[in-house]
Each structure stands twice: as structure tokens, then as C-alpha cells.
Design a protein around this ligand. Sequence first.
Ligand SMILES: NC(=O)c1ccc[n+]([C@@H]2O[C@H](COP(=O)([O-])OP(=O)(O)OC[C@H]3O[C@@H](n4cnc5c(N)ncnc54)[C@H](OP(=O)(O)O)[C@@H]3O)[C@@H](O)[C@H]2O)c1
Length: 192
Amino acid sequence: MKIGIIGAGRVGGALGKAWSAAGHDVMFGMRDPGRAGEKDIPGSAGTIEEAAHHGEVVAFAIPGVDMIETVRDLNLAGKTVIDASNRGGTPEKPVCDAIAELQPEAQVYKAFNTLGFENTQNPHFGEERADMLFIGPEAGQERVAGLIGEVGYNPVYVGDLDQWPVLDSALTFWFNLQKQFGRHTALRILRD
Ligand SMILES: NC(=O)c1ccc[n+]([C@@H]2O[C@H](COP(=O)([O-])OP(=O)(O)OC[C@H]3O[C@@H](n4cnc5c(N)ncnc54)[C@H](OP(=O)(O)O)[C@@H]3O)[C@@H](O)[C@H]2O)c1
């Protein structure tokens, strides 16, 4: 699959490493692609527009406020978009809703935001794999679940984008947990 990742930082880098290793054709979108050589980029690099054009799936791993402004200038129609921001937007309107409004023909999901990046770099805890909550349209959720699985998490579908407060609460819970247990801390939902 062709995947564009906007942002080559801690979260974007971890996603790119996992998806490249899984055999996907990953292109990073950067403000200054000329600096790609300075980073250990697992995939090719181009402008933000080039990476967004490249991807059937476009994952945004830049600050949430910048994400809204960046998405405004792109054509993401028909693409699966993943918002990884854990803050940004407003109390009434999270980043994922703002993106969905700006790009009504894209399928917008939110994932990777409820745990610190150390967990996305390594979702394994001995024999266990951490759970990753995600939201977005049910019709395309299996594709996103597959990508989350390739990062190493167990994907847990929570519902459509209107379930964003659940993800926000999970993040708040994680922030509290990590004070006690450290940042490589994650959750596992037990079920029959
Ligand atoms: N850190 C965490 O534990 C964590 C966990 C879950 C989710 N998140 C979310 O994931 C996203 C990325 O976080 P991170 O920890 O990976 O940050 P990071 O390591 O600081 O990387 C941020 C990346 O965003 C790029 N960037 C910054 N402003 C930009 C703009 N205006 N336009 C385009 N690119 C821009 C930076 O590019 P340059 O190299 O050009 O500066 C850098 O590649 C954020 O939304 C954050 O809320 C973070």
C-alpha cells in the first residue's frame, strides 16, 4: 500500500519504520525535505503535498493545530486519513472533526494518540501486545485496524469520530498512569 506520513518526528518515524518493515511504500512529507538526510527516515521523503498525493493512506503526525492548517491546503478526497494528534483543536471541536469538515470526501480516523510515542516505537510487553484505541467510519475501519496491527498493537475499534471524548479520556488516564509507571506503559482490554 502507498502511505504518506506527514511529520518525521517521534510518532511519524515510528509509524514509518513499522509500515516500511511491513512492506508498504512509505513517503514522508516534510516542511523541508532537504533535511531528510539528517534524519533516519525509513522511506522516501518529499514535500507535504507530494507525500499526501503519494498515499492512499495519509497519516498526520505533526502538532494538532498545524495539522488543521496543513490539511486545509491539501486534496485528500478518497483517501484514508489518520490523525495522530493528542492535543489541538478546541474544547468543542477536536482536530479529527476539523479535518473531516475540511476534507468531506476523505475517510478520517484518529489513532495512536492515547499512548506516549515510546509505546508506538515498541508496543510489545513481554508476550503481550498493547491495545490501541481508534475511531472513524465503521466502513473502512478494517484497513486502519490492519495498519495498527502492523505497528504491533492490538487494534480496538471504539466507534465513529463522535467518540473522540473517549480517546481524550484514555489519554488523560494514560498521563496519570505514566507518572507512576513511566512512559513505556500501555493498556490491555481483557475479554472472553
Ligand atoms: N510525543 C508523544 O508521546 C505523542 C503520543 C501520541 C501522539 N502524539 C501526537 O503526534 C504528533 C507528533 O508528535 P511527535 O511527538 O512525533 O512530535 P515531534 O517528535 O516533535 O515531531 C513533530 C514533527 O512535526 C513536524 N512539524 C512541526 N510543525 C509542523 C508544521 N507546522 N508543518 C509541518 N510539519 C510540522 C516536525 O517537522 P520539522 O522537523 O520540520 O520540525 C516534526 O517532524 C502530535 O500531534 C502529537 O500530539 C505525540
